[in-house]
Structures are given as structure tokens and as C-alpha cells.
Write a protein that binds this ligand. Structure first.
Ligand SMILES: Nc1ncnc2c1ncn2[C@@H]1O[C@H](COP(=O)(O)OP(=O)(O)OP(=O)(O)O)[C@@H](O)[C@H]1O
Length: 348
């Protein structure tokens, strides 16, 4: 059953529609990542869920509580942000600089007895692996440690869902993936549902049970990271989630197409209809490339990365992006043979 259900949410700034009739559900313990290009409405959606901005229409339900509704017995409902049972974490952590870590975590639970506060703070400091740092001030912690304090502080109030807006953007690139792994483990340990906003697909891949890809104020596709990567509903999804080349192909039969690389046996996300023209979206690692003086392609560009070469190969008039192993002799090899072995491909 869904814990958080958003139905037909529309949100405007002036005449600009930012969220357009958007629907989304989050289940108990589910980690959802809202992903999409800059300006597509991710933060607006998070703020609308949190009750921090005005919405034009739509409904939001959290467990059995209506947070937002246009018309219930002729009345509209819009629960105040501080009564929504949600925890919000921003990219700058928003810790109180003049309070110790201990006092920061205690901030939202002062209604509990001193002993109950103490027990809860100790438990949370252990959970986020900061047992010995309770007496420090925020400026005495690293960015990753501050982010873990922000999570402990939000968890202290036992929200039903955590909302996190770009929480890793101030963390050094090398520390980001280990921190994401830690935070995912913390949330899973508490079976805590969370919605993360990010524009970095690597973060979403590492974190998400479910990814919702937004564009122009609506969700283009929602599903597990693997599903969206392997079965993108649109070219926008395929391209947003990773590199790839588009090859125009003629369908020969339901499992064979003809393209610049010859006749290719494949299964695809869409049913192939004989004689139709389709576009294949092929990821760089799906091509096989060997040095071959009589081959079909010429390397036109290459760039060394930590995981090998990213290279452009021209086959007939088609540019194809391939990945070559770091030991590939790109200096003296110009002519290569590019092929596709039988496999699952994406077709539009
Ligand atoms: N207070 C505001 N007044 C008017 N327009 C706004 C306001 N806040 C955001 N917008 C506009 O709404 C659109 C969506 O903004 P939003 O911050 O939700 O995007 P985003 O997907 O989170 O982008 P980013 O990844 O760059 O943070 C943008 O075009 C933005 O300019």
C-alpha cells in the first residue's frame, strides 16, 4: 500500500505551470529519487509535498491523513508544513551553528523527557556513526558528518517520510558515493521512506529503489534504476540516463534488423514489425570493437578516462560512441571493426 500518494498535482508560479497534473506514490520504506534536468520542477515538487509553497490543484495523502485536497465536503484542505509529519533536509544541512550536535538533534524533541531525549540522541548518534562527536559544533565536523547529523536530527522527530533536496551537492565527489551507501543503509535500517532530489544520475542509481524522471513538470517514467536504464520509455529517458548512439534500422523480422553494422539479431523493448524503420539506442559498452585494417570503422576522436577510452568511431556516415579498454592502442590503430552481438537493445 502506498504511504504517500500525490494525485494530479498542479503548481504554478505566475503564468508558468511548473508541475502539471503530476501523480506519484511512495511505499513504506521506499527510497525514491526525483531526477531530471535543471529547472524541471524537482525542488518545487518536494516543496509542494512539504507544504512550503502554494499549489493550484491536486491531492496529497500521507498514510491515512489528507494533507492537501481541493474539495472535501466543499472545503479545501492544506495542512501546515509543520504538521505534516515530514522531515526536510536541505543541501546546506541547515544545522544551528551555535548549538552542539547533541543540542541540534534535541531541537525537535524537547517535548520528550530529558531521559527519553538522551536515549534517542544516543541511539541516533550510533546509527549515523558519530557516537563520540555529540559535544562538537557543526563547524568542527566535515560536510559528510554534518549531513549525517542533519539526518539524525530529522529522524529524531520520527517523520513518516524524509524529503531531501540535493543533500550531497556540498560533499566532495570522492566522498559522495561512500556517504550515499551509508545513508541508504541508515534509512533501510529504520525502514524509512525518503524522497531525494538530485540531478546526478550516478547518485540516483546508487540510492534509489525507484527513480522518477521528470521533464517539463511531469513524470516521464518511474521505476527501478535498472528498469529505466534497460527499458526507457522515451529517447529522453535513454539519453538522460547514459551515453548511447542512435542507429537507424530497417526491421527484417521480429528478431532481426538491418543497420549500418549489418544484420543484427536482437530482442527489443518494443515489438518489431517487418519493414518498419526504427531507431536503435545502443550504449557504448554494447558494441564489440577490434583493431582490424579491413574493418568498417575509423576512430575519429578519443579521450582517456579512469575506466578506459571514450571514443568516436565513424562507420559509413554514422558516428558511434564506443568504450575501449585502457590498454587499447589508440595511437597506432585507426581502423577498427565495430559489431553488435545478439543481445537486448532499445528501439524507438
Ligand atoms: N519562487 C519562484 N518564482 C518563480 N519561478 C520559480 C520560483 N522557484 C522556482 N521557479 C521556477 O520553477 C521552475 C522549476 O524550478 P525548480 O527549482 O523546481 O527546478 P529543479 O528541477 O529543482 O532545478 P535544479 O535542478 O536546477 O535545482 C524553474 O523554471 C524555476 O525558474
Amino acid at each position: 500500500m502506498s504511504l504517500l500518494a500525490i494525485n494530479n498535482l498542479t503548481c504554478r508560479y505566475g503564468n508558468n505551470t511548473i508541475l502539471n497534473d503530476l501523480s506519484l506514490t511512495v511505499s513504506d520504506g521506499e527510497i525514491m529519487c526525483l531526477l531530471g534536468p535543471s529547472g524541471c520542477g524537482k525542488t518545487t515538487l518536494l516543496k509542494a509535498i512539504a507544504g512550503l509553497i502554494a499549489t493550484s490543484s491536486g491531492e496529497i495523502n500521507l498514510e491515512n491523513t489528507v494533507l492537501l485536497a481541493d474539495n472535501v465536503n466543499d472545503k479545501s484542505i492544506n495542512v501546515d508544513a509543520n504538521k505534516r509529519d515530514l522531515g526536510m533536509i536541505f543541501q546546506d544541512y541547515a544545522l544551528f551553528p551555535h548549538l552542539t550536535i547533541h543540542a541540534n538533534i534535541a531541537f525537535g524533541i524537547t517535548h520528550l523527557s530529558k531521559t527519553a531525549q538522551q536515549n534517542k540522541i544516543s541511539e541516533l548518534l550510533t546509527l549515523v556513526n558519530l557516537d563520540d562527536l555529540g559535544d562538537r559544533y557543526p563547524h568542527e565536523l566535515s560536510g559528510g558528518q554534518q549531513q549525517r547529523v542533519a539526518i539524525a536530527r530529522a529522524l529524531a522527530r520520527e517523520p513518516k517520510v524524509l524529503l531531501l533536496d540535493e543533500p550531497f551537492s556540498n560533499i566532495d565527489a570522492q566522498l559522495r558515493l561512500p556517504l550515499i551507501k551509508d545513508i541508504k543503509a541508515i534509512l533501510k535500517q529504520r525502514n524509512m521512506a525518503a524522497i531525494f532530489v538530485t540531478h546526478a544520475k550516478e547518485e540516483a542509481f546508487a540510492l534509489a529503489d525507484t527513480m522518477a524522471l521528470l521533464n517539463n513538470g511531469n513524470i516521464v517514467q518511474c521505476g527501478s534504476p535498472q528498469y529505466l536504464y534497460n527499458y526507457p520509455a522515451e529517447k529522453f529517458v535513454a539519453e538522460f540516463l547514459g551515453h548511447g548512439s542512435i542507429l537507424t534500422a530497417q526491421v527484417l523480422n521480429k528478431e532481426k534488423v538491418r543497420c549500418v553494422l549489418g544484420d543484427i539479431t536482437c530482442t527489443t523493448n518494443k515489438t518489431l514489425i517487418t519493414n518498419e524503420t526504427v531507431e536503435l539506442f545502443v550504449r557504448p559498452h554494447q558494441f564489440s570493437v577490434i583493431a582490424d585494417e579491413t574493418g568498417n570503422g575509423v576512430i575519429t576522436e578519443y579521450q582517456f578516462r579512469d575506466d578506459g577510452y571514450r571514443a568516436q568511431v565513424k562507420v559509413a556516415e554514422q558516428n558511434i560512441e564506443v568504450w575501449l579498454p585502457g590498454y587499447f592502442d589508440v595511437e597506432s590503430t585507426k581502423v577498427v571493426n565495430v559489431s553488435l552481438t545478439p543481445q537486448q537493445l532499445v528501439a524507438f
